[in-house]
Every structure is written in structure tokens, then in C-alpha cells.
Design a protein. Structure first.
Length: 102
């Protein structure tokens, strides 16, 4: 979900530094749960160590973004309100996506 949210910001404002992060974080390069650059997903798993309830997902995403200490990523994520996040999350969870158990 973080990837989708940041990608939507990048589409409106294709900043190079954000694009570099998204390239490395791309979860669609491989069929498994991971990212184009494995360290990006490893870092995510280090910060988000347990299942995340929908009601706390925005706050957990903020914690992960803060942990990255990457101005471009932080600046982009700051443009996403909690309301927008929740609306997008509801749409995302209502459709089949990578990582869903069959």
C-alpha cells in the first residue's frame, strides 16, 4: 500500500529521488513477497514486525517512512492524508492483490 500511495504522488510530481526509491521498492519485479532491491523489503520487515490492523495502518506506514530518513519519500508521503490513505486502502483490500492468500 505504501508503494501505491507513493507512486500516486510520483505520477503527479515525478521527482527523481522519489522515483529512485520506488524503483527499488517495486513489489512487482518478482512473484514472491519482496522488492526489486531486496534490502528495501528487508528494511520494511525490520520496521513492521507484526501484522498491521487496518485501523493502525496509516500510523505504521508513517513510522516506516520516518525510519527511512529519506526527504523525498517523507515529503511525498506527507502529501497523503489519513483520509486518502483509508479510502485507497479500502479499495485495495477489496480486490485481489499480491500477498493475498487464496
Amino acid at each position: 500500500m505504501i508503494f501505491y500511495a507513493l507512486d500516486s504522488v510520483w505520477e503527479d510530481n515525478p521527482e527523481e529521488a522519489l522515483g529512485e526509491y520506488l524503483s527499488g521498492a517495486n513489489p512487482f519485479m518478482f512473484e514472491d513477497l519482496g522488492s526489486a532491491i531486496p534490502e528495501v523489503y528487508d528494511t520494511f520487515c525490520k520496521v513492521i514486525v507484526s501484522e498491521v490492523d487496518v485501523s493502525e495502518s496509516y500510523d505504521k506506514a508513517c513510522s516506516y517512512i520516518d525510519y527511512l530518513n529519506n526527504f523525498a519519500v517523507s515529503d511525498a508521503f506527507a502529501r497523503i492524508s489519513k483520509e486518502e490513505w483509508n479510502e485507497s486502502l479500502e479499495e485495495y483490500l477489496s480486490s485481489e492483490h499480491k500477498g493475498m492468500e487464496s
